[in-house]
Design a protein around this ligand. Structure first.
Ligand code: BT5
Length: 326
């Protein structure tokens, strides 16, 4: 652990008590200067730490900051060793893809408290304000061929729904293929990126990127998404520490990755929540836009669409908009 994390651990263990700089320096075997620097770093992260001459440091208030220490209290040591928590990054997906290329383990997780260039699909932006949401990427190295990438994306949305439902006791919906909605507004977006071997078509690795709006208030969303986005705080009135949801999300993702062969189970979980079946939709295949009716969801997570001219077709990728739900 870094000095900052070690100090935080000590301050948390000694809540309500002053700990002298000398004591910290001796216990952690680091210089007083390093202690000072780490305390400044913690303050910048939002921790309120009182410093009093001859007494030392007192942790007065913990902010809602995603950190390894809080995760370590709920997850196994081995699990936490394969998690990285960052203060800020351009995009956790970009960061995770670099790691995946350099050979980290299956299920390695990168989480950030902020993204300055959060990515949506097709070059779109995912708004990722500091200390408000969860921005997480998990690396998946499937040791088998994955013929249907839509299914793993769909599985992930079920994992996200389960995590939110378990923590907040609220009902969630999925808009095909992988946006999570509550009461008609988007609370989570998922972007799955794959590295595929050109010759064989074998998947080297996948990076599943998940962005969840947790503690934003309505006026904290920028104008362009104000009408379509929501957060868990807006929907439930609860301001929850994000670490709690993060732990549950990691557990659900681990279970999902261990059960990639359980299509039936995840299909049922998906179908129960999918708000797209039986609806008139606008379909954007990214080359054209057309209207259609969603007749069914198929077991490979494709949709059966009936067009106004009577033509029936399977849709495996693209985007659908439901009337009144963007
Ligand atoms: C997505 O794209 O929704 C996928 C978002 C994935 C974000 C995660 S965060 C961790 C990881 N690292 C990354 O860099 N990305 C992943 P798409 O379906 O294309 O939707 C993008 C559209 O959603 C935007 O054009 C906006 O209209 C809307 N949007 C942007 N930010 C939003 C937010 N915070 N909440 C709800 N809607 C948002």
């Amino acid at each position: 652990m870094a000095t900052k994390e070690l100090i935080l651990e000590t301050l948390l263990k000694n809540k309500g008590k002053y700990i002298s700089g000398e004591e910290l320096s001796k216990d952690l075997n680091v210089s007083r200067m390093a202690i000072n620097k780490a305390i400044q770093g913690l303050k910048q992260q939002g921790y309120t730490i009182k410093s009093v001459t001859n007494k030392g440091y007192l942790l007065e208030n913990e902010p809602d900051v995603l950190n390894k220490l809080a995760l370590a209290a709920e997850l196994s040591k081995e699990r936490v060793e394969n998690i990285e928590v960052l203060e800020s990054i351009d995009s956790t997906n970009i960061y995770a893809k670099n790691l995946a290329q350099n050979g980290v383990n299956n299920k390695y997780v990168v989480i950030s408290n902020e993204q300055t260039k959060g990515k949506g699909r097709l070059g779109r932006t995912f708004v990722s304000p500091k200390n408000k949401g969860i921005y997480l990427s998990i690396i998946v190295k499937p040791n088998r061929d994955i013929s249907n990438l839509t299914s793993i994306t769909a599985f992930s949305s079920v994992a996200v729904c389960k995590a939110i439902e378990n923590v907040y006791n609220i009902k969630t919906n999925i808009k095909w293929v992988n946006d999570v909605y509550i009461n008609g507004k988007k609370v989570c977006g998922i972007l799955t990126e794959a590295s595929i071997e050109g010759e064989t078509g074998k998947v080297d690795y996948l990076v599943i990127g998940i962005g969840i709006n947790v503690n934003e208030s309505t006026n904290e969303f920028p104008e362009e998404i104000k009408d379509i986005a929501t957060s868990l705080k807006i929907q439930t009135g609860k301001e929850m520490k994000r670490n709690i949801l993060c732990v549950e999300l990691i557990k659900q993702l681990d279970t999902m990755i261990d059960n990639l062969d359980k299509n039936d189970e995840y299909f049922t979980g998906y179908k129960d929540r999918c708000n797209t079946i039986g609806k008139e939709v606008e379909i954007n295949t990214f080359t054209e836009k057309k209207l259609g009716f969603v007749k069914a969801l198929n077991e490979d997570f494709s949709l059966t669409i009936e067009y106004p001219n009577g033509l029936i077709e399977k849709l495996s990728s693209g985007e659908v908009s439901i009337k009144n739900i963007k």
